[in-house]
Design a binder for this molecule. Structure first.
Ligand code: ASP
Length: 326
């Protein structure tokens, strides 16, 4: 199963060094230095997505185009059962998708509880570019997508239909937190111009209540980008990420001088302090990239022990840190 077990912060980055004009750096930004185009995303399944994004960045394209094209790879992949086509349905058997996108001009677009559309990230981008609004949900989001040429599709695959049928047979319809049945791709990229964008897309928590929306389509929760400072994305139990405005918090820590790693760690620690849940139910993590191209990740509990990094065409494993309880 290609959802993340526990919390992952598997990351992949690809880059070459290019200078960025120091004149573009304001006082409260990380210190000016050479910034390379870079793309980074949550988990090992992000490898193919990052490679797609990298093609655009390497050709001098915009980070907004790169992150959209990148996460579309995961959305289209039926083997990834937590994003887009082939995503795990809610407890009533509906695949409902959440996504958002944010660019270097702080433009934002979001869709939530969208059904039947394989690429919610592209609908989110159109919400950003073609409407006076920032978020469309449910039936209205579907109508908007269809009016803009998206095709209505059945997003359940045989595999996810069968797994849902088994779940219905063996459970009492209570939405439970099962670390097997969730995941998100969150992606951040800086282009050769030094501009950062981000994208985040998921089918959300498996067998959730119909209409439940997580953190992933919410700017400041699942994704936040401030082109002067950096960006962050999250994965895991969206209810907890929303509670502390997770990715906005990460970016604010970076604004106050913390490294991406420290900013993610401080945010996880705040989440752990604030949650009214039992600790064993909480699982979430953050991935951050600052304007210098430095990145870091921190998560509540271990799943995969390593992140993946690719730089100058070379893949590398990077250790990911997890919160220590007690
Ligand atoms: N954050 C997603 C949600 O709560 C799920 C995940 O990333 O595991 O819907």
């Amino acid at each position: 199963m290609n959802t993340r077990r526990g919390f992952i912060a598997q990351t992949l980055a690809t880059g070459v060094t290019l200078p960025i004009a120091s004149a573009a750096m304001a006082q409260d930004k990380p210190s000016a230095k050479a910034v390379r185009p870079v793309v980074i995303s949550t988990w090992n399944m992000g490898v193919a997505a990052n490679e797609e994004a990298w093609k655009i960045l390497a050709a001098g394209g915009k980070s907004l185009d790169a992150v959209e094209a990148g996460v579309k790879i995961s959305e289209a992949d039926p083997a990834i059962t937590s994003v887009g086509y082939g995503g795990t349905p809610d407890r009533d058997g509906h695949v409902t998708l959440d996504a958002c996108i944010m660019d270097e001009k702080s433009r934002i677009g979001c869709v939530a509880a969208l059904e039947h559309i394989k690429h919610p990230i592209s609908v989110a981008r159109l919400v950003m570019e073609k409407t006076p609004h920032v978020m469309l949900v449910g039936e209205g989001a579907l109508q908007f997508a269809l009016a803009n040429g998206f095709k209505k599709e059945d997003l359940l695959t045989e595999q996810t239909k069968k797994a849902w049928e088994d779940w219905v047979k063996n459970n009492d319809y209570t939405p439970v937190i099962d670390f097997q049945n969730h995941d998100t791709i969150g992606m951040l990229a800086i282009d050769a111009n030094g501009d950062m964008s981000g994208a985040c897309t998921t089918s959300g928590w498996g067998y959730k209540m119909h209409g439940r929306v997580g953190d992933s389509p919410i700017i400041g929760a699942g994704l936040f980008v401030d082109n002067e400072i950096g960006g962050a994305t999250s994965t895991g139990l969206g209810e907890e990420v929303i509670r502390i405005c997770g990715t906005h918090t990460v970016v604010e820590y970076m604004r106050h001088g913390h490294s991406p790693y420290e900013a993610c760690k401080l945010t996880v620690e705040r989440m752990v302090r604030k949650t009214p849940r039992k600790m064993e139910e909480v699982s979430a993590g953050f991935l951050a990239l600052n304007k210098n191209g430095e990145y870091g990740a921190y998560a509540v509990r271990p799943g995969y022990e390593m992140a993946v990094k690719v730089e100058n065409g070379k893949h590398e494993l990077v250790p990911v840190e997890f919160h220590k309880f007690g």
